[in-house]
Design a protein. Structure first.
Length: 282
């Protein structure tokens, strides 16, 4: 069952889609899913800006795949993005981390789960890591709630990611106008046109400050999925792959980075591998 809904985070209305396995699905999946799967719920942490648009459908397919196997989940949009309330200037890293916590609260309430797994793509994977790290160091009821992380090609170096977004904007300007015109005037010194999205400079500084290379061990057992034409960890992901430990798994997939491709990329291998890992670890 898929239920579109709104919930609140810091007073903002966030849009989400709740995936709840029905009784028939739960019964038919019981022989394939561990007995504790029904106690694990999954929150999807979407990527940033243009990558969110490109990755949207893949998250739908993965959520439906997991629902068929008995896992409840929640897909949602951060404040200021997608169908959630507010302009894009409302988006921030700190606010998104609170949005993830609110999404986890809702899933625990509606699905009756006690453990949360976070599934993130690109910047969403980085936010999943940061949220789990915050939760593990807190003294609240959230301290031990995040028990699984699925990290699809996370952003490790936020400063590099910011520069790549600027570079992509300049390339598009060259393709459209025959030359790179630089950052466009937004009429507000506090904002920047970031590849077609009106972003605050404060948020850009938050992104640039992300550096998972300086993070400690993963705060929960993690599946790190790499999309590249390489069997070994690429340079950006190697610092994370080296930290996974015995409870984690590094999965290299020879697949195109679908989040910046216009054409179709078959992500069945990534979806199936994620579902299998959750069966084993869930």
């Amino acid at each position: 069952m898929e239920e579109p809904l709104y919930f609140t985070s810091d007073g903002a209305r966030l849009f989400g889609v709740l995936h709840l396995p029905d009784a028939a699905q739960a019964d038919s999946a019981s022989s394939r899913v561990t007995r504790h799967a029904s106690r694990l719920g999954l929150v999807f942490c979407p990527p940033f800006a243009e990558e969110h648009k490109q990755g949207y459908r893949i998250f739908v397919e993965l959520a439906r795949r997991l629902e068929a196997d008995g896992f409840p989940s929640l897909r949602f949009d951060y404040r200021g993005t997608g169908d959630s309330e507010g302009p894009f200037t409302d988006f921030s890293i700190a606010g998104s981390l609170r949005d993830i916590a609110a999404a986890a609260d809702l899933l625990c309430e509606r699905a009756g789960v006690e453990r949360i797994g976070l599934i993130g793509l690109r910047l969403g994977a980085s936010l999943a890591w940061l949220h789990a790290q915050q939760a593990s160091s807190s003294l609240t009821r959230h301290a031990s709630r995040v028990t699984h992380l699925v990290l699809w090609q996370p952003i490790v170096d936020g400063n590099l990611f910011y520069r790549l977004n600027i570079r992509r904007m300049l390339v598009r300007q060259m393709m459209t106008h025959g030359k790179a015109t630089g950052q466009r005037d937004t009429g507000d010194e506090a904002t920047i046109d970031l590849d077609g999205f009106l972003a605050t400079r404060a948020m850009c500084e938050e992104i640039k400050a992300i550096d998972l290379r300086q993070a400690g061990q993963p705060p929960a057992p993690s599946l790190l999925v790499q999309f590249a034409n390489a069997a070994e960890p690429i340079a950006e992901l190697k610092p994370l792959a080296d930290k996974l430990g015995p409870e984690g798994r590094f999965l290299p997939l020879v697949l195109e980075p679908f989040w910046n491709r216009l054409g179709y990329v078959d992500c069945t291998a990534a979806i199936e591998a994620t579902a299998q890992w959750l069966h084993v670890k869930g």
